[in-house]
Design a protein around this ligand. Sequence first.
Ligand code: SF4
Length: 625
Amino acid sequence: MKNINAVELECNLLRVNLTTGAITSELLAEEVVRDFIGGAGLGAKLLYDEVKPGVEAFDPENRLIITTGLVTGTNVPGAAMFNVCTKGPLTDLAASAQANGYFGFRLKQAGYSTLIIEGKSNDWKYLVIGDDKAELKDAEHLAGRNTFETEKIIKDEIGVKKSSVMTIGVGAENLVRYANIQCDEGHFAASNGPGAVMGSKKLKGIAVFGEYKIVPARPEEFRDSVKELVQTILNAPPAIGLSQFGTGMLIPIAYRIGYLPTKNLSEYNWSENVIYDAVAMKKNPAFEFRKNSCYACTIGHCRDMIFKEGKYEGMVVDEPEYEGWQAFSGLIGVTDIAESAMLNRLNDELGLDLKEIGYTLAWAIECYEKGFITKEDTDGLELKWGNVNAIRQLMMKIAYRKGFGNKLAEGVMRASKMFGGPAEECAVYCKRGAAPHIHDPRGNYSVALGQLISENGSIYGAADRSPNPEFGYNEPLSFTESVAHPVLLARGVPKTAFLDCYMMCNFVAVSLPQMMKCLNALTGWEMTVEDAMRVGRRMAAIARSFNLRQGATAEDDNLSKRLLDPVKDGPNEGKALGPIIVEAKRKYYKEMGWNEETSYPLPETLKDLNLEYVIADLYNSNYAI
Ligand code: SF4
C-alpha cells in the first residue's frame, strides 16, 4: 500500500488524448478542489473550461470527464462513486451522470481522482491505469461485444482480480444518442448519452487498479465521524426498507399518489403494479435474491435475481431498480415479472439509458396502437402494449441502428419530430430532448420542475416538503402544490448539487453537518455548511453558464406537450403543469440569483461564487443577453 493524503490525491488528474495517444499526468490547483469538492461540480468546472462553444457532442474536441469525490475511496459509506461529465448528445448541452459499484474507489487506488478523455482514436482501444502507469491497448477484438462480455474479457486480459472496469456496449459503438457507460457488472452512468460520447472516441473500456490508500488528515476524528455516519444510516427507516426490499418497494407507493408512469402517460389505471411490489416479490418462490453491494456500502440494496423456475430457470441477472422495473413493465404494458427483468437485462447488455429507451419504446407503441405509425414504419413489427417479442426485436434494431430502430436511436424527441402531427404530440421529454426519469412528473411538482430546470438532462434538486410557515403550510407540502415548489426547489438545489460533488451514494441519508465533519477530518480543512451550500450554488451557476454559452436559452427549460397538458385520469386527474411553468421558472431563477427572464446568472452572483472569469464570457461576448 502507498499512503497518500486525500487532497493530494484529489488533485491528481490523468489526461488521455485518443487522437495522438498522449497520456499525461496533471495537477489540479487545491483551490479548484476546495471550490468544487469533486464529482459533478469539478466535472462541470472542467467541462466549462475545456469544451468551447460550437463543439458538438461527437466532435473529438468534446471531453469525457470522469471525476470522483474527496471521500471516494475512503470507508465513508457508499463512497465508490464516479461522475461523468460531457456535452451530451440528447440535449446538446451539459451531461452529468453518476454510478456506484467499485470504479471510483479503484480509480483512487490507481492514484487519480480525475480522468479527462479527449480526441478520437482511429481504432477501438481500451485504457488501463494501474501500477503507476497508464496505457492504451488494442480493443478491435472487443467491438460488437456487450457491456458485460467486454468487462470480463478486459479483466481477464489485464489479469488483476482487484480491478474495476467500465465499458460501453454496441449501442454506444453505433452512437445511439442515449448509450450509457457500465461498470462493475451492472452499474450505469446513463443520463444524456455519456456512453455514446465514449463510443464516438472509440474507447471501449477503462480498467483501473492500484495500491494507493488515503490517509485522513485527522485520523481519529475521521474514524469517529464515519462511525457516526454509519449509525445514522443504519437507524434510518428508509435505509432499513431499502436494505430488505430494494427500490422496487416504491412501486405501489408511487402508484397511489399518481407518480407511476404507465403506458407512455396516456392512461393511468394499471392494477398490475402490485405484482411488481418488491415486498411481495421477495416472497415469490419463482425468484431468489442475493445481495451484491457496492464498495463500502452500509445499506446493500443492490441484488442479483435468480430465476428458480420457468423458461429462464437458472439465469442470474441484476435485480432491476424501481425505474428499471417500471421502464420495462407499466410504461410499455408488460405484465410479466420475468420478461420485465429480462428486457432490463437486454438493455444493460446493449448499454442503453433505460429512461430514454423506456419513453422511446412507449412512444412508438402508443403511436402504433393509435395508428399514427404503421407496420410499414416499424419494419413489420406488431408494436402492441406488452408484446415482448416485438419490443425485444425493436431494442436490438435500436442498438444496431437498423431500419425503424435507426430513427429511435436518436431519442424520443428527435424520432417524434421525424413523424410530426399527432405522433409528435405523444412524445414525453424534457429540456431539448432528454426523457424524464421513470416517474410521472405530473404527480410530483418538485420532480417536474427539477427536470424542467435541470442543467444536465436528469432531475436537478429536490424541494423540502416539510411544513413551512413561511409559505403558510403547517402540514407537509402537497406533491402538486404549485406556489411554493419552485422557491423550495431553488433552496434545495445547492444541497443536492453539493451531494453530487461530495459523492456519497444517493440512498445514504445523513445530515450536512455530519458530512462536513467527516470531510474536514479527512482533509484538515474547516469548511462550514454554508461553504457547502456555496459549492452547490457554484456548481449550478457554472453548469448553467456552460449551457448558455452553448446556445441554450430560458425557453429550453421546457417540457413536452404530453407533460404540460392536463392529466386525463388517476389521482391527479385534471391537474396540469402547463399553466404554471413560466412563473415557476421566474421564481426559481430569482431565488438562484439569476436573471428572471433569461436565466443568466447575475454578475454579482457569479462574483460572490468566485466565478468572475465567467462574467467576462457571458456578458462581454457574443453570448451576452
Ligand atoms: S445503497 Fe445500493 S447503490 Fe448505494 S452503495 Fe449500497 S448497494 Fe450501492
